[in-house]
Design a protein around this ligand. Sequence first.
Ligand code: ADP
Ligand code: MG
Length: 233
Amino acid sequence: MALLTLKGIGKRYRQGEVEVEALHGVDLSMEEGEFAALVGPSGSGKTTLLNLIGGLDAPSQGSAHLNGTDIAALDEAALSDFRLYQLGFIFQAYNLVPVLSALENVELVMVLQGRPAAERRERALHYLRLVGLEQLTDRRPSALSGGQQQRVAVARALAAGPRLVLADEPTANLDSENAAALLDVMHRLSHEEKTTFLFSTHDPRVVERAERIITLRDGRIADDRRVTPDHDH
Ligand code: ADP
Ligand code: MG
């Protein structure tokens, strides 16, 4: 069974008198362990699609199943649990808590998950090491570079043990060197941890690291192909 199955999923936004059809009945499935880029021009529906999969927004039509669960059928409480245990989110603005250290930021989701303190600490240190930040665990976000902050966000997402990590333009605020390095970290983790990643991007250096490239155009999938990623840059 596929990890993620979207069937005819669509989204219409209403703005006053105007209706925008952001997604038109998209079908998509992803297998466990895939490392996929979602590309397409601005306004093509990338954020909308990620938000529907993440249960951050409700579809106007169609369904999204993750790991057998119909996301739109969950009530508020079940949906927050679902997000907490099944999904990892990485945003372009990092979304770290400014008054917490890198280590505390990574531990925070695991506090909500009710994991014991020792396990939280161990997992947080493990993932911060995997993203290469073992020397910087006590720093607050303001004392870290953009690339380092985003690596904290990756560690935070992975430490919670999600089935699927959704990332909306995770490298948008990084220079291309940091963007490439971040993708290499994500790619390594996806292989070592068998975690599935779906990330939207505009950045060609990010796209070339994907194993699958899904192209949206005007709210439809215009292309979907598996590729051999290029890591020699
Ligand atoms: P992308 O992330 O690829 O740039 P989006 O998913 O943000 O695309 O947007 C897809 C379309 O939906 C665009 O036409 C956008 O203007 C519209 N849209 C997105 N969010 C909203 C909203 N909250 N209200 C109205 N229209 C929206
Ligand atoms: Mg977007």
